[in-house]
Design a protein around this ligand. Structure first.
Ligand code: ATP
Ligand code: MG
Length: 221
């Protein structure tokens, strides 16, 4: 069984705050590879999320030349909402690997609002990475609150089924897709916040620029 990291996100766009922590988790947990999973486009009409095909392409450009990184189109193919638990079951049905589901502390703190969240660590290990300063205290408090059955041993929480929940501190990079979209829309530089190939793709396609956004909404994907 391979040890495979999974990092889901909207990735609108993917940036170094996703890529560098993924690289560090890959190294620290001695994983075989990491799969980036862009979320399907939310079905609501008012959604301002870029079409899946564009977010997928940016992720593909970002990882080009990195042999241990992959991008999955699983959530783009599926109709309806992209629930992580469904994606994980699909991945497991296709290949029974030892999966490590990576998520930022911001996402983990609202994990109990996710669809069927209790089922997720029945399928995969959870790896929580910091977003901003510290966070380990908040992480431990949240684990105890939502998974009281987890036993803590040497900083790793183990569930009765053997799956683990752990906190992995990574280099703090205060970058968000929101700040990148805002900078682009104001005509400000986004250089050195994300891979150069992605920056060029955004500018070449007029992404996150108010006018271009309207065109994509009229003619998505
Ligand atoms: P947005 O601003 O649109 O919400 P984002 O930068 O938060 O975008 P997402 O696609 O929402 O990016 O994040 C995907 C996953 O990556 C989440 O689990 C999130 O917590 C994590 N993540 C995003 N940015 C960082 C960062 N700078 N450092 C650590 N984790 C991050
Ligand atoms: Mg986010």
């Amino acid at each position: 069984m391979k040890r495979v990291g999974l990092l889901g996100g909207t990735f609108d766009p993917i940036h170094f705050g996703h890529l560098r922590p993924a690289e560090e988790v890959y190294e620290k947990l001695k994983l075989d590879k990491i799969i980036f999973i862009p979320a399907g486009t939310p079905p609501h009409k008012k959604s301002r999320t870029s079409p899946f095909a564009l977010r997928f392409e940016m992720a593909r450009l970002a990882i080009e030349g990195v042999p241990h990184f992959e991008v999955s189109d699983l959530e783009g193919k599926r109709k309806g909402p992209s629930y992580s638990v469904i994606t994980l079951k699909e991945l497991l049905a296709a290949s029974q690997e030892d999966y490590f589901f990576i998520l930022g502390l911001d996402a983990f703190l609202e994990f109990d609002t996710w669809f069927s969240f209790r089922e997720i660590p029945r399928l995969v290990h959870l790896v929580v990475i910091n977003r901003g300063e510290g966070g380990e205290k908040e992480f431990r408090k949240k684990v105890k609150e939502i998974f009281p059955e987890a036993q803590e041993k040497e900083k790793v929480f183990a569930l009765p089924n053997g799956k683990t929940i752990r906190y992995v501190p990574v280099t703090r990079l205060d970058i968000s897709s929101t700040m990148i979209r805002e900078a682009v829309s104001k005509g400000k530089s986004i250089r050195f916040l994300l891979p150069e190939a992605v920056r060029r793709f955004i500018l070449a396609h007029g992404l996150y620029d108010a006018g271009a956004r309207e065109d994509f909404c009229k003619n998505p994907e």
